[in-house]
Design a protein around this ligand. Structure first.
Ligand code: FAD
Length: 291
């Protein structure tokens, strides 16, 4: 499987990892849990740089939000009291669906994002949470909004850089909040046919002040359903509005046919998952849904 690899580097500091990245250039590939990289057909990298010994496995909360190290595993996210409480626990819930226990013990958050699969379960959630990635290269350090990170299927803006941490900003205060993560897969541990994450904030009269809807596996990259979000703002929830938001979201996706599902099925299920997610948000926030 790795017979094309000449050397496996295990740096113990970030500085060492960055120097290796620079020295090896395109011949070197970052590896974390290796659960995606093992399935790759691309055998061009000759060297692996392991990023699991750089102290990047942490979940921290402060007044400005939450910071998660890129090498934090799905299992750690599932168990962390911080992620279990953050935004209704949707990140912990999404992490808990990323394959089997064995997979989740190895799979990292940084790997899930950097792999840039359109179906990555944590990506939809982190889009809904306005997450940013702290990225380090040997020459520069930068912060990239997740919404600007993907440029195509399995393609990101990373250029000889590694993801250090994922920052989730604190949410605006006040009002009533509700969150939801929904996933449709062929089995419990399969990757998503469609996934959706949503967040709603309502004022004291039940009118929507803030909305986020993100979808995965229904386009070349995880996406925000911005037109559907806009439709909700300033309105009280009703069955009609939920149905309309689902329809509008369906118009924002561009799925493909593959071995798992047809494009049409994925499109229709986008509307279903968006309605389900909004209903769950409303239920958690105590926002009434008018008939
Ligand atoms: C059986 C099975 C089931 C799965 N089920 C799911 C599922 O249900 N949902 C889901 O979303 N995924 C699923 N996956 C995919 C995979 O487990 C996740 O995407 C995982 O989080 C990848 O993390 P990793 O640490 O294993 O990444 P790796 O395989 O180590 O790396 C993946 C990519 O990310 C890059 N990379 C890793 N870390 C960094 C970093 N810090 N900075 C920059 N680049 C980095 C690597 O160079 C590589 O290109 C499944 C995989 C398997 C094998």
């Amino acid at each position: 499987m790795f017979d094309h690899i000449e050397c496996f580097y295990r740096p113990g500091t970030l500085r060492e990892a960055l120097l290796l990245l620079r020295k090896l250039g395109k011949r070197g590939a970052i590896v974390a849990g290796a659960t995606d990289i093992v399935t790759r057909a691309d055998r061009s990298p000759r060297f692996f740089i392991d990023v699991t010994h750089l102290g990047l496995d942490f979940v921290r909360k402060n007044r400005r939000g939450c910071a998660i190290g890129a090498a934090t595993t799905m299992m750690a996210l599932e168990k962390s009291p911080i992620t279990c409480r953050l935004a209704g626990g949707i990140l912990a819930k999404a992490a808990a669906t990323c394959g089997s226990i064995q997979n989740r013990n190895m799979a990292t958050l940084g790997g899930n994002l950097a792999n840039a699969s359109p179906a990555a379960d944590t990506a939809a959630v982190l889009l809904a949470l306005d997450a940013q990635l702290v990225v380090d290269g040997s020459r520069r350090k930068r912060k990239i909004p997740l919404a600007e990170f993907y440029i195509g299927p399995h393609q990101t803006v990373l250029n000889g850089e590694l993801i250090k941490e994922i920052v989730i900003p604190a949410l605006p205060g006040g009002g009533r909040w509700g969150w939801s993560f929904q996933k449709l897969g062929r089995t419990e541990t399969d990757i998503a046919l469609v996934n959706a994450a949503a967040g709603l904030q309502a004022d004291s009269r039940g009118r929507i002040k803030w909305a986020r809807i993100a979808l995965g596996a229904v386009g070349p990259m995880p996406l925000r359903a911005r037109a559907a979000e806009k439709l909700l703002i300033g309105n009280a929830l009703s069955e009609e509005l939920l149905a309309r938001a689902g329809e509008v979201a369906m118009g924002e996706v561009s799925p493909i046919n593959d071995g798992r599902a047809s494009a049409n099925y994925r499109r229709e299920m986008s509307a279903v998952l968006v309605r389900r997610a909004l209903r769950e948000c409303a239920c958690h926030a105590g926002i009434p849904i008018l008939d």
